[in-house]
Ligand binder design. Structure first.
Ligand SMILES: C[S@@+](CC[C@H](N)C(=O)[O-])C[C@H]1O[C@@H](n2cnc3c(N)ncnc32)[C@H](O)[C@@H]1O
Length: 278
């Protein structure tokens, strides 16, 4: 057996030595390795758990994101299973899910389509908040779909998963068949992608960048999915940092009304919503 305090404080020191803000990280790494938070742990822990904690800390020091090491991350009031192959859900996206929920609550038994669903954070949040909704989670990546399926089974059974390319998927949908289109699409431009922090390269490239100017998904979703929206239906989009103004222009240019920008929890304009005019 190994002394828990010794392991815990050694881990914190190792993280601090490389400039990792150690409090949250240490708490979560300890829980993932030992099975409980340090504050609740017994005085002595198994050697195997201590070795696991050392290994997890080394992975973190090498740059692997905390969320992939611990294998799950929280979003609103639930925990999602995640790992390499799926985008880590971000707190910036919570305002997008909340805005979609707010819009969905205006309809009776709304049909909601989450394009580029990833871990399913938005689709699951909507289904959990609006029980009589029909939610579709559309995603292209097979790796992401493993987590999407797992999260839906665990958290919001009834969400329908569709494997598709968002650039074609609208062709399969009938006119005026959806109340809410919501999406957090890949929006990092090819240029910006080349300059991202090293840690972001652990996440799938196809989840982050459109390989172009960052706006290709926005242009397509705004113009091509309008036909699919019911009259007075809503479109809700996560906006990349500094992209909300141009997204508003795209929406206005396409005849949407009530174009609205909301700030995320950090005070940044990261959610744009609008209503179909007829
Ligand atoms: C920015 S991530 C968003 C994931 C999740 N909605 C979230 O908010 O965390 C974009 C997602 O779009 C998916 N994706 C990329 N290209 C796609 C395409 N052409 N059609 C459908 N999904 C695509 C990626 O695999 C990734 O899961």
């Amino acid at each position: 057996m190994v002394n828990a305090a010794k392991c815990y404080f050694e881990m914190k020191r190792r993280l601090a030595d490389v400039g990792i803000c150690e409090n949250i990280e240490a708490r979560e790494l300890f829980r993932a390795a030992v099975g409980c938070y340090y504050i609740d742990s017994p005085e002595w822990i198994d050697e195997a758990d201590s070795d696991k904690l050392y290994d997890f800390t080394s992975q973190r020091i090498d740059g692997r994101p905390l969320q992939y090491i611990v294998g799950s991350w929280s979003f609103l009031d639930f925990d999602l299973s995640i790992g390499e192959g799926v985008l880590i859900p971000r707190p910036d996206t919570e305002i997008v899910a909340e805005t979609a929920i707010e819009a969905a609550l205006k309809f009776n038994a709304p049909v909601v389509t989450d394009l580029c669903s990833g871990s399913g954070c938005i689709a699951i949040a909507v289904k959990r908040a609006v029980a009589n909704s029909s939610v579709i989670a559309a995603e292209l990546s097979e790796q992401a779909m493993v987590y999407l399926g797992k999260n839906i089974s665990a958290l919001a059974d009834g969400v329908q998963v569709v494997k598709c390319d968002v650039f074609d998927y609208q062709q399969t949908l009938e006119d005026e068949s959806v109340d809410i289109i919501v999406s957090n699409p890949p929006y990092v431009s090819a240029d910006e992608y080349a300059r991202l922090e090293k840690e972001l390269y652990y996440e799938p490239k196809s989840a982050l960048t459109d390989g172009a100017d960052g706006y290709s998904f926005y242009r397509h979703i705004i113009s091509e999915y309008k036909r699919v929206l019911k009259p007075h239906g809503y479109i809700v989009l996560e906006a990349g940092d500094g992209m909300s103004e141009k997204i508003c222009e795209l929406l206005c240019g396409c005849g949407y009304i009530e174009v609205t920008v909301k700030n995320d929890m950090f005070g940044l304009p990261r959610c744009v919503s609008a209503q179909k005019n007829v």
